[in-house]
Unconditional design. Structure first.
Lengths: 112, 111
């Protein structure tokens, strides 16, 4: 699986858009980009995923660059409840089968 | 629709004891996973399964065994618990290319 690089932490004002970047320069053609978040000590929560087109759902938007080497998760109107660790992961088929690797993530602080 | 359910939620073991963590999902997912998360760290994959009757090793498989006898269940076993296995354990399930859904975790302390 391709490795990802995310900033360790970011701040965002409540009500503003939160833009979380992720670099995955070694991504291969059959690998998807997934975003999850983990609020405090709860189980991680799936947010969104995509292959090469931009995606949007009720929680967020995912923008993937044309060369697929980076992506941005956008929370359009961040609230205090969006304070969490956000994980960007790239998932595909690896030697011996399928696996999902989580990195350190970005700790997003939404401030009033 | 319960999603992914883990039992137990909390457990304290003595060194050398054994136990089994149960994960059940009701979404008919083919894939299931076990992760551990230590304080201040990300999740690390222990074992995973791509279908009933199949299992494979992840990043940190030593000291753990798993079984997937039924599609909806994925069991994680500790044969001889060690203090280094004190952690929060998360189970997850997914379709092949879909997002993974996680349980709420099992907090295990080995003394």
């Amino acid at each position: 699986d391709a490795k990802t690089t995310q900033p360790p932490s970011m701040d965002c004002a409540e009500g503003r858009a939160a833009n979380l970047p992720c670099n995955h320069s070694t991504i291969s053609g059959n690998e998807y980009v997934y975003w999850y978040r983990q609020i405090h000590s709860q189980g991680p929560q799936y947010i969104i995923h995509g292959l090469k087109n931009n995606e949007t759902n009720e929680m967020a938007s995912l923008i993937i660059t044309e060369d697929r080497k980076s992506s941005t998760l956008i929370l359009p109107h961040a609230t205090l409840r969006d304070t969490a660790v956000y994980y960007c992961i790239v998932r595909g088929l690896g030697t011996g089968g399928f696996k999902t690797i989580f990195g350190a993530g970005t700790r997003l602080f939404v401030k009033a | 629709n319960a999603g992914v359910t883990q039992t137990p939620k909390f457990r304290v073991l003595k060194t050398g004891q054994s136990m089994t963590l149960l994960c059940a999902q009701d979404m008919n997912h083919e894939y299931m996973y076990w992760y551990r998360q230590d304080p201040g760290m990300g999740l690390r994959l222990i074992h995973y399964s791509v279908g009933e009757g199949t299992t494979a090793k992840g990043e940190v498989p030593d000291g753990y065994n798993v079984s997937r006898l039924k599609k909806q269940n994925f069991l994680l076993g500790l044969e001889s618990a060690a203090p280094s296995q004190t952690s929060v354990y998360f189970c997850a399930s997914s379709y092949k290319d879909g997002g993974a859904f996680f349980g709420q975790g099992t907090r295990l302390t080995v003394v």
